[in-house]
Design a protein around this ligand. Structure first.
Ligand code: ADP
Ligand code: ASP
Ligand code: MG
Length: 407
């Protein structure tokens, strides 16, 4: 008998029928003799609906109140799933994030999990109940409701699996595993039986939304056995995230491609070129809790420099406003930007031992006439910032160039 955490995403609980299907799947796992903790998302589209409503009230919704609103989506699905399970004779109990309690810091709308109390869940499991927990939400030290960032139910599930020392955390979604790239964009994409933790971490951090990045980080930190599976089809082993590299096999140079539209570029032009400038520009952005990703500083003429960096698209206007203030202090000539850009990245452990991977990427994009605005590299990835209108084309031609369609 094992303890299994199963997470069902928005599409998987997107209708009454789908919730009943989830109940059947949970019941089957129970019938095999396993203890089950289920984490659910809000019904598909619901969180977007709530975000839009909030923006009708305030241009920049108050973060604390935003979380009060956002957390309602998951509260509906936990209750409905508990009812569906009871209806087929399976004892179950639902809990919100704060009832569990899943304790977080106070960074509203992007809170981090600090601690999970698991006594109450344990007591239920010991009594043979299925425990259902609302994903995406927690509570801070002030007793306020927090949420964990979009896609955060994955993280709730892996964190619960770590806290409960579960045997496996199964992420059920609308695709049957992790693919070489998003199968909705490249139909030739191939499902991977396994993917290394490091590659999954890169893909997730570079925009592949099949798993939220924090969930992969948690899995690594606590060595949680993590598997991605389809809730819409029967059978199949899905994709297992592995923690050991298989060095008996020749590694392909590239294992996957990720893309991310949640990008905006900010340019600060004509900045006096002297020590402390990067700090004055980026310090102000960091103080506003805005994440900076790619950064470029060019050598300019006449003692000035141009400075560009990327931020999440949702923070674009806010960052522009902040920097217009900073511009006055540092005497920069101009602040502008572009929020119609995207980042496309190739990822693979094999890059460590293959040379010329980046140049193949640049050549492939050049052949399509796609201009590269920024580049960033690490040992196992190369990312480029390009015009968002080329995102799908770039992904498709790179998928072909690196022969990811071939096993
Ligand atoms: P859920 O609501 O179940 O959390 P998400 O929409 O967050 O589901 O994540 C699943 C989606 O991730 C898939 O429908 C697919 O379009 C997308 N995706 C992006 N990259 C990949 C990839 N490499 N492999 C599989 N799916 C991917
Ligand atoms: N419902 C939340 C979202 O749409 C959390 C999740 O689905 O993981 O982002
Ligand atoms: Mg998701």
């Amino acid at each position: 008998m094992a303890l299994i955490v199963q997470k069902y995403g928005g599409t998987s609980v997107g209708s009454a029928e789908r919730i009943k299907n989830v109940a059947q799947r949970v019941a089957r796992t129970r019938a095999q003799g396993h203890d089950v903790v289920v984490v659910v998302s809000a019904m598909s589209g619901e969180t977007n609906r709530l975000v839009a409503l909030a923006h009708e009230m305030q241009e920049f919704p108050d973060p604390r109140e935003m979380d009060v609103v956002l957390a309602t989506g998951e509260q509906v699905t936990i209750g409905l799933l508990a009812m569906a399970l009871k209806d087929i004779g399976v004892d179950a109990k639902s809990y919100t994030g704060w009832q569990v309690a899943l304790k977080t810091d106070s960074a509203h709308t992007k809170a981090r999990i600090d601690h999970i109390d698991h006594e109450r869940m344990r007591a239920d499991l010991d009594q043979g109940r299925v425990v259902i927990v609302a994903g995406f939400q927690g509570i801070d030290s002030l007793g306020d409701i927090t949420t964990l960032g979009r896609g955060g139910s994955d993280t709730s599930a892996v964190a619960l699996a770590a806290a409960l020392k579960a045997d496996e955390c199964q992420i059920y979604t609308d695709v049957d595993g992790v693919y070489t790239t998003d199968p909705r964009v490249v139909p030739e994409a191939r499902r991977l039986d396994t993917i290394t933790f490091e590659e999954m971490l890169e893909l997730a951090s570079l925009g592949s939304k099949v798993l939220q990045i924090r969930s992969v980080e948690f899995a690594g930190k606590y060595q949680v056995r993590l598997r991605v599976l389809s809730s819409l089809q029967e059978g199949g082993e899905g994709t297992l995230i592995t923690f050991e590299e298989d060095d008996t096999m020749e590694q392909a140079a590239v294992s996957g491609i990720a893309f991310d539209k949640n990008q905006a570029r900010i340019n600060v032009r004509g900045v006096p070129d002297k020590p402390g400038i990067a700090y004055q520009i980026l310090g102000a952005v960091a103080d506003a809790n805005i994440e900076v990703d790619m950064i470029i500083q060019n050598v300019g003429d006449a003692g000035t420099t141009d400075f560009s960096f990327t931020v999440p698209r949702g923070d674009y206007q806010h960052t522009l406003k902040l920097l217009q203030e900073v511009q006055k202090h540092i005497g920069a000539a101009e602040v502008d930007g572009d929020d119609t850009v995207c980042k496309v990245s190739i990822v693979g452990l094999g890059m460590r031992s293959h040379v010329g991977v980046a140049s193949t990427m640049f050549r492939t994009l050049a052949e399509e006439g796609i201009n590269i605005q920024m580049i960033s590299t690490s040992e196992i990835k190369v990312s480029v910032l390009i015009d968002e209108k080329y995102m799908e084309l770039a992904t498709r031609v790179l998928h072909k160039a690196f022969e990811l369609d071939k096993a």
